[in-house]
Structures are given as C-alpha cells and as structure tokens.
Design a protein around this ligand. Structure first.
Ligand code: PEP
Length: 245
C-alpha cells in the first residue's frame, strides 16, 4: 500500500510570519484528527528555518524547492542539501517546470541532483510534465517518460524517490488535467518504472483545488498531490489533504 502525500509548493511566497500562521492552523487541525496522508511543505529557502521551528518533531515534513548537488563550495546563491538535512528537511523538489523553463535546468543537471539528494539520505521528488504543444502533438508519453529516464539515470533505485506528474499547461493556469488524462500519464510512468512501479508514489500537480481534488484522488494510480497556489491557504490545503483519505 503506497502512503499518500499531500505536498505544498509555496514557490516564492510567504514570509516567516505568514508561515507561522499557516502552521498554527495546520498543526491544530492535525491534532483534531484531519487525515489523508503525509504532508510535505516546500517553503522558499529563506523561510525554511521558521518552518523547521514549527514542524520538526511533528508529522509534517518539509523540503527544499531546489538544491545544488554538492554539500558546500564556491557556488554563489545555491542551497546546500546537507545544510537543509541538518535543519530537519527530508525532501528536495527536483526539476519543477519553473526550474526547467525559467532557469534552464537540464535533464543531466537534474539527474545529478536526484543522485546527490539520495546519497545523503533525503528523498528527491522529481517533477515531469509535458507542455501544451507537446500534448497537442501527441508527444506526452515520449516527453514524460524521457524526463523520467533521464532524471533517474544516476539514481539509486533501491533508495526512496517520489515522482510528480505536472503537466506544464496545468500549472498555475486553473486548467486542471482531467482525472483520465492524469491517470493515463501515471499508468505510463508506473509501467516505465518496471518492478519499482508498484511501490513508487506518483503525485499529480497542476491547478489542484479543493473542488477538483476528490475526483483526481479517486484514481487508482494517483498517490497524492503537489499543490502550488492552493497550498498557500491552510483551510483549502487541509480540504485537499482530506480528499486523500
Ligand atoms: C506547482 O507549483 O507545482 C503547481 C502545481 O502549481 P498550481 O497548483 O498553482 O498549479
């Protein structure tokens, strides 16, 4: 049985104070028995320390939105995954479409990040997804399976990793994939993982909201969500979490 995940990508939103307000609400609700799976929050790097103070020792996990693939060195502006680990992080998001598109991160760079993150005992959450023209020209599987193969090229497949299927055309657009479109992609990814397919958690991301989470969560191969905009507000995020019960 794959444990479901409800992950929130805060992108470059929230101050430390706002993060505190969010967790006051989330942690109180978890105590009063709101269930649905593992919660993972990806705060902006400058807010990680505040998040760690709130959630370390609770059932909530947190991670970096991006990291470098070395522990330390002359890499101005980069985040050390080792330091994040020492602060209590357990996950690193790798290859979000905003990193791929805006910051030109290549599959080969992402493969190094996945391997390094695993090597220090953190769990990479590798994002894959096609853009609109790729979908419209029937290339969805070619693109997402290619990103999967390349991203895991140097991975240790015996160590944990999570996949997030995030169609680029659905991220931040309000245009969610239909449950059938998402399920189809998840099945293709699971099949490509071969013997590991059955145990690997594959999340859906792209305009997930409380209103559409239930029908997506009902699909057999959707093991949870990576949520952007709707993860900024505790009430909606908890409703999405509840849909995973
Ligand atoms: C994301 O940032 O990964 C994401 C899926 O964003 P949104 O939920 O806002 O589409």
């Amino acid at each position: 049985m794959r444990k479901k995940i409800c992950a929130g990508n805060w992108k470059m939103y929230k101050t430390p104070k706002e993060a505190g307000e969010f967790f006051d609400s989330i942690l109180a609700s978890l105590k009063s028995n709101v269930k649905g799976g593992e919660i993972v929050i990806f705060p902006p790097a400058l807010v990680c320390e505040s998040v760690a103070k709130y959630v370390n020792g609770s059932s909530v996990h947190w991670g970096l939105q991006n990291s470098y693939f070395e522990s330390k060195g002359a890499f101005t502006g980069e985040n050390s995954p080792d330091v994040a680990k020492a602060m209590g992080a357990t996950y690193v998001l790798v290859g979000h479409s905003e990193r791929r598109k805006i910051f030109s991160e290549s599959d080969s760079l992402l493969a190094k990040k996945v391997a390094y993150v695993q090597s220090i005992g953190l769990t990479p959450m590798l994002c894959v997804g096609e853009d609109l023209s790729e979908r419209e020209t029937g290339r969805t599987n070619e693109v997402i399976l290619g990103q999967l193969d390349e991203g895991l090229k140097s991975a240790d497949r015996k160590k944990p990793f999570v996949i997030a299927y995030e169609p680029v055309w659905a991220i931040g657009t309000g245009k969610v994939a239909t449950p059938e479109q998402a399920e189809e992609a998840h099945v293709a990814l699971r099949e490509r993982l071969g013997g590991l397919g059955e145990s690997t958690r594959i999340l859906y991301g792209g305009s997930v909201k409380p209103e559409n989470a239930g029908e997506l969560a009902a699909k057999k191969n959707i093991d949870g969500f990576l949520v952007g905009g709707a993860s900024l507000e505790a009430k909606g995020f908890l409703q999405i979490l509840s849909s995973l019960q």
